[in-house]
Design a protein around this ligand. Sequence first.
Ligand SMILES: [Mg+2]
Length: 244
Amino acid sequence: MSYWHIQKLAHSKNYKYVFLDLDDTIWDFHANARLAMKDMFDNRGLIRYFENFDQFFDIYAKRNIELWELYGKGEITKEYLSIERFRYPLSKMGVNDEELAEQIGQQYLDNLPTQTALMPHAIELLDYLTEKKYPLTIISNGFVEVQYRKMRSSNIEHYFNHIVLSEAAGALKPDKRIFEYALELNGAKPSEAIMIGDSYAADIVGAINAGIDQVYYPLHYPENDEKPECTYMIGTLKEVIAIL
Ligand SMILES: [Mg+2]
């Protein structure tokens, strides 16, 4: 089946409900995490252990991705993840201080949700979807106390009819149960919903598992333009306006 044909089929559908991931889909997690980490790094004087901020951040970021994958598979707890991602860069520099790791981890988590950077065209898209009367639902694997603060800081909470977080739904994306929970809250059938997200493994595979069409918004748009299995792939949120 050609790409064009898939697009045409999808276009013939009548979507009524829009599901959105939060981090790196609407709220610019990458930019905000870096800003929050820099604030914490300066405030705690971590420069005494590292050559510079970038060195610390690179070690942290790589470990953080691995840990989130393990958390997604249910292999580690949220508590372990929160401390380990800071214990690891410190230990790499010969500093074995679990208490410090816990403190800076907490300071980072406190600061992060106060940051307000959104993805380009996020507000434009949310305004458009609201004007078109699509009920909007956030579906996120992030922590409850953190996700709500992010949405309040960046003043976007009012756009959403429902906010479905994995801790409350009892399942993590890509488990189809979190999507089914969102469908039930909206009184929607899978064919009436569309999911927009940046994570192929969580958002796109999850929506496919639940029989929901998907808009893949990868953080790095593939240079060869090769489209993985998904209903749509976009390079900017503006393109959603052409779909809905
Ligand atoms: Mg995301």
